[in-house]
Design a protein around this ligand. Structure first.
Ligand code: UVW
Length: 379
């Protein structure tokens, strides 16, 4: 074949997995460049140039949401399951009480080649053989298997576990004891399981805070239809404020009392339904979402998981160019509150379903940082 286009016989879909990463790097580089301009230090972290303050006190990063020590957790110094501690008979029965019609909504997106991905993450699925196996028996049974290469917990609709995000504190470069995660667990705790025969390095999965620890979710879900409130899709870099969330509640005939401890809350920006698999470059170029103010407000309500129709749930770029993904740290690292990204919310909004039973069981991947899956809302 003369070139790729002929070989693909007219298939014009861009190789999204290769072309999507630059736009997301651009906004982070922009933040890094702005910081460099005022004299702060920037470092390369993997492929992403993240902003790193030059000085920070022991156990903290001054001037950021991680400025105060955040451990031990409200659930005790050894806790590894964070806000899923809320899950239990009370949250289950409360969620059941919200079911009125029995209509089930899939919140998950299809996992497929060409979906938007963060950085250089990949989705490579292959079916070996055709069929993979058989035929066996007089009845001639045949079957298919698949081989999947991906960041299993960090692509498509994705649930972030507590080992996903931490904070490198002062002197942390090269010192895992200064890389601190939920409940004060350190990089040493997450990566080292002792010495001698049987010891592992964490290369085969996180030794602490793996996603297998969390409880399944069966709790109330609350939708903030911010796109409905504004009458339009929000734009990248547009921050959803506490005033916006309160205005959503009023418009939806609800009050703050509807956000009970253990609730899953989600916000619709319109970004996903308008751009996912339609304009991946724009989808990846940044996003609307909550910022530090709204994150802290939701923390004060005792939510169990924050979710949205965007790839990081939070406003990107952050209005403070020195901050990179601060809501991730406020939720996961400081408070053990989980994050659920790239979910569908348009169908709930269309049916004006603002309160529902939320059901999701993250895959118990031992040592995993997160989980794929298809969360559901039952109205
Ligand atoms: C990062 O991993 C930084 O972001 P996300 O959780 O949005 O994939």
């Amino acid at each position: 074949m003369a070139d790729d286009k002929q070989e693909l016989e007219g298939v014009t879909q861009p190789r999204t997995q290769e072309i999507e990463s630059p736009p997301r790097r651009d906004f982070i580089r922009g933040a890094a460049a702005a910081t460099a301009a005022v004299g702060a230090v920037t470092v390369a972290m993997h492929e992403l140039d993240l902003v790193k303050p030059a000085e920070a006190a022991e156990g903290t990063i001054d001037g950021t949401p991680m400025a105060q020590k955040w451990w031990p957790s409200r659930w005790g110094k050894d806790d590894q399951i964070g806000a899923t501690n809320w899950m239990g008979p009370k949250t289950t029965m409360d969620a059941v009480s919200l079911i009125r019609t029995g209509k089930v909504y899939s919140l998950g997106r299809v996992y497929e080649f060409g979906m938007p991905l963060f950085g250089q993450r990949a989705w490579v699925l292959r079916i070996p053989g055709n069929p993979t196996g058989g035929a066996y028996g007089k009845n001639q049974t045949i079957w298919h298997d698949e081989i999947l290469t991906t960041e299993i917990g960090q692509v498509g609709t994705q649930f972030d576990g507590l080992g996903h995000i931490g904070c490198r504190t002062a002197g942390g470069m090269g010192d895992k004891s200064k890389e601190i995660y939920y409940n004060g667990h350190t990089g040493v705790d997450l990566h080292n399981a002792g010495t001698g025969p049987g010891a592992t390095s964490g290369a085969y999965g996180l030794v602490k805070l793996g996603v297998e620890n969390v409880r399944p979710f069966f709790c109330r879900g609350i939708l903030f239809d911010v796109a409905g409130l504004k009458g339009r899709m929000l734009d990248k870099g547009e921050e959803i404020t506490v005033a916006d969330l309160k205005a959503c509640l009023a418009r939806q005939g609800m009050t703050e009392a509807d956000i009970t401890e253990g609730a899953m809350v989600c916000w619709r920006t319109g970004w996903g339904e308008n751009l996912w698999m339609k304009d991946n470059a724009r989808f990846n170029s940044g996003e609307p979402g909550i910022g530090v103010e709204a994150a802290n407000w939701l923390v004060s309500k005792g939510i169990s998981v924050g979710a949205a129709d965007v790839w990081a749930i939070e406003v990107v770029p952050n209005p403070d160019p020195d901050l990179a993904f601060p809501v991730h740290q406020i939720f996961l690292t400081r408070n053990g509150i989980h994050i659920l990204e790239n979910i569908r919310l348009d169908h709930l909004a269309a049916d004006k379903v603002y309160k529902f039973a939320f059901v999701f069981s993250p895959l118990p991947i031992k040592g995993g940082t997160g989980s794929p899956g298809n969360p559901i809302a039952v109205a």
